[in-house]
Design a protein. Structure first.
Length: 115
C-alpha cells in the first residue's frame, strides 16, 4: 500500500484516505513514498476528538528507507484493543516539524483470532 506524493506547499494537508486496523492485527504497515528525503524527525500523531492516542516517531513505529524517501508506519492492533469502533485522525509531519502535511483516518475494528 502507498502512493507517491510530490512535495508541495502544505497549507491544506492532503487526505491520504481511510484505513482499518483489526484489534488482533499484527505488524500492519502503511507506506508513504516521496520524491525527496523526509526529515529524521518525522512524526505521525493519532488522535481522537479529545486526546492524542499515540505518537509514532522514527525508531518508534516509523521506519525510513530508500534514502529517507519512504516512510513505513507499523501498527499493532493490540495497542488499540480498548478502542474498537473508534476512528482516529492521523496527522503526519514528514518535512517540516510541527506542520501537518498529510492526514488519514484509522478505524479500529474488533477482530477475533480463530480458536
Amino acid at each position: 500500500m502507498g502512493k507517491a506524493i510530490d512535495r508541495k506547499e502544505f497549507h491544506d494537508p492532503e487526505n491520504f484516505g481511510k484505513f482499518d486496523l483489526g484489534t488482533e492485527q499484527l505488524n500492519k504497515t502503511m507506506t508513504f513514498e516521496f520524491d525527496q528525503a523526509v526529515s529524521e524527525n518525522s512524526k505521525i500523531t493519532l488522535s481522537g476528538e479529545k486526546r492524542i492516542m499515540k505518537e509514532y516517531t522514527v525508531g518508534n513505529g516509523l521506519t525510513l528507507t530508500n534514502g529517507n524517501q519512504t516512510v513505513i508506519l507499523t501498527l499493532q492492533g493490540e495497542d488499540y484493543k480498548h478502542e474498537a469502533g473508534q476512528c482516529f485522525l492521523g496527522s503526519c509531519s514528514f518535512f517540516d516539524s510541527g506542520t501537518v502535511e498529510l492526514t488519514f483516518y484509522l478505524k479500529i475494528v474488533k477482530t477475533y483470532l480463530n480458536q
